[in-house]
Design a protein around this ligand. Structure first.
Ligand SMILES: C[S@@+](CC[C@H](N)C(=O)[O-])C[C@H]1O[C@@H](n2cnc3c(N)ncnc32)[C@H](O)[C@@H]1O
Length: 203
């Protein structure tokens, strides 16, 4: 199972945003919505072995975390608006309000009211990597890439210092996918491609 965790520093944790102006009204939830497509979908197909966590740090009710499990999710479409509609419907739920951990709201889509701490608890002791510019190359032998790992990424603002420290404390190895600072969803695509190549070598 591949796992991606995207930290949305100011991404809205409620459904109070406009689909017609997602970037301007949602704390750049658009960045995270594009990550759903990048992590889960390939041309004419769904990657069934992916779980994606979106940590939502903005607005009243934050933090919250949204988990999408491709194995059981339905109706994941590649266009940003359809995915934003799905996220908006899920965020309208209060199923997580008095619960601990993730609560399924729609098939394959769950919410948790504890943010990153709920994500760590849900992940358990899997190998962890943090994607970061200027880190050692993901292709370096020392990176010891594993496809059952969890990969942490920042949004357009990168990581807050305290969040970066929590990820380090969880034992994550820092890796880079190249010399430029890329958009988060593009980094997910590149990591997915590295894992595809790794799996092709071992089968
Ligand atoms: C647009 S970048 C963040 C830029 C932000 N201004 C900063 O200074 O951190 C979004 C995220 O993608 C990941 N990322 C971007 N370029 C990368 C690279 N070359 N290697 C690994 N991760 C990268 C990082 O997790 C980063 O937080």
């Amino acid at each position: 199972m591949r796992r991606f965790v995207v930290i949305g520093q100011k991404a809205r944790s409620s459904d109070e945003f406009l689909l017609d102006d997602l970037p301007g009204t949602s704390g750049r939830l658009d960045v995270l919505v594009r990550c759903i497509r990048a992590a889960m979908l390939f041309s004419h197909g769904l990657r069934r072995d992916v779980v994606l966590y979106l940590v939502l740090g903005g607005g009243p009710g934050a933090p919250r975390a949204l988990r999408v499990s491709a194995e059981t999710a339905r109706f994941l479409r590649p266009d940003e608006r359809s995915l934003a509609i799905l996220v908006k419907k899920v965020l309208a739920s209060s199923a997580d309000a008095n619960a601990s951990g993730f609560v399924e709201v729609k098939p394959g889509v769950a919410l948790a009211s504890g943010g990153l701490s709920d994500v760590f608890a849900d992940l358990g002791p899997v190998p962890k990597y943090v994607l970061e510019e200027n880190a050692p190359d993901i292709r370096a032998p020392g990176a010891k890439l594993r496809s059952d790992a969890a990969f942490f990424l920042g949004d357009h603002l990168g990581f807050q210092d305290e969040v970066r420290a929590q990820i380090s404390a969880a034992g994550a190895n820092a890796v880079s996918v190249g010399p430029l600072s890329l958009h988060t969803e593009d980094v997910i695509t590149l990591v997915s491609s590295e894992l595809d190549r790794l799996e092709a070598q071992t089968h």
